[in-house]
Design a protein around this ligand. Structure first.
Ligand code: MEV
Length: 337
């Protein structure tokens, strides 16, 4: 039995624009998906998922067939979770040259699902790592990140950037621009996350930005401006002291860029009333800045604040279901046992 866990992430800057070749800076947070993999004597895959829905679920099927049996939880949730597990198992089988190996897989996660915190990427990264190691192989991190990207991309029919999977594999903050992905040094940023309990439809939201961009020159300019925000933010991070607590001036400057980034995402139509309410609540409570994170439409916002003010204010904000402090996860995927 092998157990691996991988972190979720927030976007400090750059979601959506990254789809059009602009850079983005996601940062891993200490909320993890844990995957246990145990090879079986047949070719079946049995998936047991805890915390992914209120009751969790268990299913067993012939892996890779896509022919999942009926289970008593919302189909989309099961389909999504099994799709990612299936894709991870396929990558592990391929990496270890063991095409017919079955697995008992258990997934646990404290990352809200589909809410902009990279839950599926974390499941895929931890799943490939655990299943490959259970077969006696281990992948270097670059290959693991690449396989995780391919797995996520398969499930999302090509609509995935490398950002989530690379960040979850490496930990810390990373810079992603097209196929170029690099870890970057960053101070220990004090993230606070607000979650509205919902999730946006990433495919629809990405397509909506694409349509606006095709139709209006100013929408294309907005996407390019997000890229400029990312480059400005990167310079600030590069000048800061890595691993230290950031000073107020840096937090104010980063926060201002986050506010700007949120405004532009809002102009591109990917915010939501609940996200805007949480962003304003965080700002009113004294956060240095706040923005939605991920595809938008619902899900999470991220704010910068070292005090408890933002977390408390968010927890009283109408439409906020959960508010929590999220430490930077300096370590990416890791083996637990
Ligand atoms: C979704 O978490 C982030 C997007 O930029 C899409 C992607 O990068 O794959 C909206």
């Amino acid at each position: 039995m092998t157990v691996c866990e991988a972190p979720g992430k927030v976007y400090l800057f750059g979601e959506h624009a990254v789809v059009y070749g602009e850079p983005a800076v996601p940062a891993a947070i200490e909320r993890r998906a844990t995957v246990t993999a145990e090879p079986r004597s047949d070719d079946h895959v049995r998936v047991e998922a805890e915390d992914l829905s209120l009751d969790g679920f268990t299913v067993e099927y012939a892996g890779g067939t896509g022919d999942h049996p009926d289970v008593d939880v919302p189909t989309s949730l099961v389909e999504a979770a099994m799709g990612y597990v299936d894709a991870a198992v396929e990558q592990a089988r391929d990496a270890a040259d063991a095409p017919d190996t079955g697995f008992d897989i258990t997934v646990e996660s404290d990352i809200p699902l589909g809410a902009g915190l990279g839950s599926s990427a974390a499941v895929v990264v931890a799943g490939i790592d655990a299943a490959t190691r259970a077969l006696g192989e281990s992948l270097d991190r670059r290959e693991l990140a690449d396989r995780a990207y391919r797995a996520e991309s398969d499930v999302q029919e090509g609509q995935a950037s490398r950002a989530d999977t690379f960040c979850s594999t490496m930990g810390g903050a990373v810079r992603v621009e097209g196929d170029d992905c690099e870890p970057i040094e960053t101070p220990n940023l004090p993230f606070v996350v607000g979650f509205d309990g919902g999730a946006g439809d990433t495919g629809e939201l990405v397509a909506g930005v694409g349509e606006l961009r095709d139709e209006y020159r100013f929408a294309a300019d907005t996407v390019a401006s997000i890229g400029e925000i990312v480059r400005t933010g990167e310079r600030l991070l590069a000048d800061a002291d890595p691993g230290s607590a950031p000073d107020r001036e840096l937090l104010d400057e980063l926060g201002e860029l986050m506010d700007f980034n949120h405004g532009l995402l809002s102009a591109l139509g990917v915010s939501a009333r609940s996200l805007d309410a949480m962003v304003w609540s965080a700002r009113d409570a004294g956060a240095h800045g706040a923005k939605l994170t991920g595809a938008g439409g619902g899900g999470c916002i991220v704010a910068l604040d070292a005090s408890d003010g933002t977390e408390t204010a968010l927890s009283f904000t109408q439409g906020c279901e959960d508010a929590f402090r999220a430490e930077l996860a300096t370590e990416g995927v890791r083996v637990v046992e």
